[in-house]
Design a protein around this ligand. Sequence first.
Ligand SMILES: *Cc1c(COP(=O)(O)O)cnc(C)c1O
Length: 392
Amino acid sequence: MTKVTWHPDTALVHGGSLRSQWGETSESMFVTQGFVYDSAEQAEARFLNLDPGFQYSRFSNPTVTMFEERMALLEGAPVARATATGMAAVTAAILSQASAGDHIVAARALFGSCRYIVEDLAPRFGISCTLVDGRDLDQWRAAVRPNTRVFFFESPTNPTLEVVDIAAVAEIAHAAGARLVVDNVFATALYQKPLELGADVVAYSATKHIDGQGRCLGGVVLCNEEFLEKHLQVFLRQTGPTMSPFNAWVMLKALETFSLRVGRQTETAAKIATFLEGHPKIERVIYPGSDSHPQADICRKQMSGGSTMIALEVKGGRDGAFAAMNKLGIIKISNNLGDAKSLVTHPSTTTHQRFTEEVRQELGINQGLLRLSVGLEHADDLIADLEQALGA
Ligand SMILES: *Cc1c(COP(=O)(O)O)cnc(C)c1O
């Protein structure tokens, strides 16, 4: 029933729907581990992939398949596979294609757990890793070795919203015979399409904007058929980081409102960034949709909108940042993001506490830095909340 000519808004409502014999309007949640076969012959044919259908929910499940199909349509990707969390998606995207003796090049500004995968976990299995400043193309080029297989980064980065030139890094990766994996969580599929820019694999934490209402954990990997068949499919089936049908159902229904939510959150983020830029208590504001972004030209080249995240540095260091956070009313203190509720976090004492002060300085995470995830509340209420919290 899926039409490739649909606009994303239509695909987000109808894409991937599989109706049972009851003709339900809203997609069903198939809470089942297994499936029964009409005959021994059918079971045999299904295991030989000659009979279409389901075998076991670690491999696939109708509700999860609907979510995957809808995500593939949104991204414009040939195929998608859902995972239990965003970290399961990133881990599978990278490790499914790497073996002992291989080498990874990754940007050093990464979500903390992503950095653990490439910097700590992969080397334990003989996969070496070089970290580079993702903004510096010469560093990507210089890091290439004969055994480099994977390039990995996120853009914009967490939490300082630096951007990496996706097309340029894809070209360097391909010239080196490596694949490029992009974590596209902060930009979202609404504003950035890494596959069109040359990336080979895209990973999301569906926990963020895809659910967008702070409920379920989830992840998704998007790629072409060849990567799925050669690397990803067998890795996911045998290691089992499967998304549950319940979470897939929540995500599937959340996608119906994805572009409305993320679109509104982005409009509000732009208003808040403008307000903050003129505020006397603010040292600097980093927002990918703003002309003042240090890499505004790259933002404009590869993103069609600024998305929902703002980094702001409050005057007065840690004390100034903590005082402002503690006075906020509507905006809640939480390390999550992409939620309908606006959330603020102080990266240097929470999400990036694990790093040494030296690494934090290298990443631009100083004591006054706050990361704001803009929600669905009215822009005027959020601005009023920030105004009273920052004081005159
Ligand atoms: C949250 C996040 C992840 C991890 O996702 P989980 O669903 O928490 O496992 C990975 N990358 C980025 C950029 C994230 O923001």
